[in-house]
Design a protein around this ligand. Structure first.
Ligand code: TUI
Length: 317
């Protein structure tokens, strides 16, 4: 059995967070992951506060285990949602796509464990100073909004930069990834893409089918020119976005307008032409739909096997 300080800190059986995926991670998925022993996380994304409140209340009816809410700091509703999660006193808040400093006191005063998702050591240190309970260090292999640095390079640097527990994210889809993350100094992992194909994930079937069909080089990072690069599957939409991005004749406002609403079109409608299917580079490894429980058990069992076997490479002289 793998037990790390994050299990005790949050009160979970397995040191695995389910990534907060915008328009995808709802109460049903989060509760399934939490009931199975991981940390389920509801994604606020760009959704309005009423939707987030409804999902939080629903999750409370579906599980008595700890769960989290991911607050996407670029959302126009970030402030209202920040207040809402403080009122609802969820166990954990993770944040993404920005600096959570201005909300830290509100959340920690409410007894919430705040675990910012960061892509740099600078933001990790800042988050620790303002009261974060732990940090998710997310490499650019992940799906959605991404930073510049790979998981392999980022995780050990964040571990050295802070004294709080570090969770690795980005490119982790099986037990080998979990074992590698632990070797880099992390005490847990956050997994998005693999949970996207969980039976309990209500995303459109087209989305799951595309992940399962994807191979290693089937994702693309777009939006660098707008200052918020996003990784998604290669589709007619993402290829056109990429082409427009490198066309200096297309103004930034037109590029923003082209992308608006595309995440929801993919997640809710499975729109293969106009949808933006956020997904990590590990998509090529995800080959079947399984229950959240099986995914967690497989991740941990494989990680134990890999970690137990690792010392066999050490030969006595
Ligand atoms: O946040 C994520 N992943 C996301 S958010 C999202 S929804 C979205 N919708 C439209 C456009 C963009 C996103 C989909 N996926 N991951 C955590 C993460 N945060 N990765 C990188 C960062 C990050 C990057 C820059 C955090 C902070 C930062 O700058 C900090 C500063 O000082 O402002």
């Amino acid at each position: 059995m793998i037990k790390t300080p994050i299990c005790e800190l949050i009160g979970i059986q397995y040191p695995v967070f389910q990534g907060g995926m915008a328009w995808i991670s709802d109460a049903v998925l989060a509760a399934a992951v939490s009931n199975a022993g991981g940390l389920g996380i509801i994604a606020a994304g760009n959704a309005p506060p009423d939707y987030v409140a409804e999902q939080v209340r629903k999750a409370k009816t579906l599980t008595d285990k700890p769960f989290g809410v991911n607050v996407m700091l670029m959302s126009p509703y970030a402030e209202t949602i920040a207040e809402l999660v403080a009122r609802e006193t969820v166990s954990v808040v993770t944040t993404g796509a920005g600096n959570p400093s201005k909300y830290m006191k509100l959340w920690t005063d409410a007894g919430i464990k705040v675990i910012p998702v960061v892509a740099s050591t600078g933001l990790a240190k800042l988050a620790q100073r303002s009261g974060a309970a732990a940090i998710v260090a997310e490499g650019g292999e992940s799906g959605g909004h991404i930073g510049e640095i790979t998981t392999m390079a980022l995780v050990p640097q964040v571990c050295d930069a802070v004294d709080i527990p570090v969770i690795a994210a980005g490119g982790i889809g099986d037990g080998r990834g979990v074992a590698a993350a632990i070797m880099l100094g992390a005490v847990g992992v956050q997994v998005g893409t693999r949970f996207l194909v969980a039976h309990e994930c209500g995303v459109h079937q087209n989305y799951k089918d595309k992940i399962i069909a994807a191979k290693d080089i089937d994702t693309i990072a777009t939006g660098k020119r707008l200052g918020h690069p996003v990784r998604s599957l290669k589709t007619p939409f993402s290829r056109e976005f990429f082409a427009k991005e490198y066309d200096s004749g297309v103004p930034n406002e037109d590029l923003e307008a082209f992308g608006a609403g595309a995440l929801k079109l993919a997640a809710a409608d499975g729109d293969l032409k106009n949808g933006c299917f956020l997904a990590g580079q590990i998509s090529g490894l995800v080959k079947k739909e399984q229950s959240a429980q099986t995914i967690l058990e497989e991740l941990m069992h494989e990680a134990e096997t890999v970690l137990n076997g690792a010392s066999s490479w050490i030969k006595q002289p």
